[in-house]
Ligand binder design. Structure first.
Ligand SMILES: Cc1cc2nc3c(=O)[nH]c(=O)nc-3n(C[C@H](O)[C@H](O)[C@H](O)COP(=O)(O)OP(=O)(O)OC[C@H]3O[C@@H](n4cnc5c(N)ncnc54)[C@H](O)[C@@H]3O)c2cc1C
Length: 371
């Protein structure tokens, strides 16, 4: 079967690109390996830019139950500091968001194949892309958008993650007093081997998502119970927050090997890489979804303007490099013991610093990438 555009991966980036192209009358097929959207490791924070992009795609997050997030709070050891967010933000479970994106893609005419896993992606002698699915069936198209998120396809892998990050997500129902105290804030809690975010999502549920270096997880005996106990020891604010909380999943969901700071340099002909396949911003910025939407929008615009992928991909990288460097530098600060100890004290004295950091680590630069 010959398509105009094949999109591999139906998460945020894949759906966003598919919707943008279908709305311009292009014939698009999207291949997603899950039959129905499921929980993903994600803090589920939607930044102002993400909200704008979702709105432009026809997704009304408020009707899906998204809750407002108006404050950012930072807690390390015994200290906590807070500041109002310098942009409107919300939070929404990925299950709800991904489901809405897939439905929207179908509504605008994208051919969506769910429950189909891509096994390989190869260039043929006739200069088309050939995609082989798990049952051996083949799809061909002149152009492919690679949007498989954290999952690399054989032959198209991103570099290894030297810190061997491990990330977890757990849902809790907090005690009424702690839910009240958390309010409409996104809280960043710091530990000696990583950090975590706590924030309310829809239906009175609280998302706790953390990312730690593997050696920190090893010290906890490679067990979630040990890890969460150690994180609470490192950060009593977290212990307070989770006192009396009811876990809502049997066990947390986890992923490993996250190449933070990755920005794809080049690509092959007619292969546009978007979302986590283009750039992996440190999680504490809460900007990954925004990056996914942004890279999808820019790649779709480049394709429609007949800008080749080999011109587009390095251009995307250059535009995103300053913010990525800043976000990486800030992430290194969070991993530094001394910085961790003094940071909340410093932020109490100058809460505006939190707002400045939040603003500077935003990656979206719509104007910079117009083809
Ligand atoms: C710990 C952590 C916390 C985070 N917190 C936040 C946050 O609070 N806010 C925020 O904005 N960002 C956050 N992010 C980042 C954000 O989750 C990602 O950047 C974003 O989901 C990337 O979108 P994507 O479309 O590239 O990938 P995804 O949304 O993961 O979609 C990829 C899709 O491809 C599919 N797929 C994979 N392999 C195949 C295959 N072989 N065949 C077919 N389909 C395939 C998958 O099933 C999936 O649906 C966080 C990330 C981590 C690790």
């Amino acid at each position: 079967m010959q398509e105009e555009v094949l999109i591999l991966g139906g998460g945020v980036a894949g759906c966003a690109a598919a919707i943008a192209l279908a709305q311009k009358g292009r014939s698009v097929t999207l291949i997603e390996r899950e039959r129905t959207p499921r929980h993903k490791v994600c803090g589920e924070f939607l930044s102002g830019e993400a909200l704008e992009d979702l709105h432009a795609l026809g997704i009304d997050v408020v009707s899906l139950g998204a809750v407002p997030i108006n404050y950012v709070r930072l807690a390390a050891a015994q200290r906590a500091a807070e500041a109002p967010l310098p942009f409107p933000a919300k939070s929404l479970t990925r299950k709800a968001l991904d489901k809405a994106l897939i439905s929207r893609a179908i509504a605008v005419g994208v051919r969506v194949e769910l429950g189909r896993s891509v096994q390989s992606l190869n260039r043929t002698a006739a200069s088309t892309w050939q995609v082989t699915l798990e049952d051996g069936s083949i799809r061909e198209a002149p152009t492919v958008f690679l949007a498989t998120g954290k999952h690399d396809l054989r032959g198209h892998a991103r570099p290894k993650d030297p810190h061997r990050w491990v990330a977890f997500k757990m849902y809790y129902r907090l005690s009424p007093a702690q839910a009240d105290d958390l309010g409409d804030a996104s809280e960043l809690t710091l530990y000696s081997g990583g950090y975590g975010g706590i924030q309310p999502v829809e239906d009175g549920i609280t998302n706790f998502c953390c990312v730690v270096q593997r050696r920190y997880f090893e010290r906890a005996g490679l067990r979630w119970e040990g890890l969460i106990a150690n994180m609470q020891k490192d950060c009593p604010h977290l212990a307070m927050r989770l006192a009396g909380a009811q876990p809502l999943l049997d066990k947390p969901i986890a992923i490993t090997h996250i190449p933070y700071g990755y920005l794809r340099r080049t690509t092959e002909d007619s292969l546009y890489c978007i979302g986590d396949q283009a750039a992996v911003i440190p999680s504490f910025t809460g900007d990954g979804i925004s990056v996914a939407l942004h890279t999808a929008r820019c790649a779709a615009a480049a394709y429609l303007a007949r800008e080749s992928s080999s011109v587009f991909q390095p251009k995307l990288r250059s535009a995103m490099l300053p913010q990525m460097r800043l976000a990486q530098a800030a992430a290194n600060g969070l991993n530094n013991a001394l910085a961790r100890a003094v940071l909340p004290f410093f932020l109490r004295v100058w809460p505006g610093a939190m707002q400045v950091t939040a603003r500077l680590t935003r990656v979206t630069q719509p104007a910079a990438l117009a083809p």
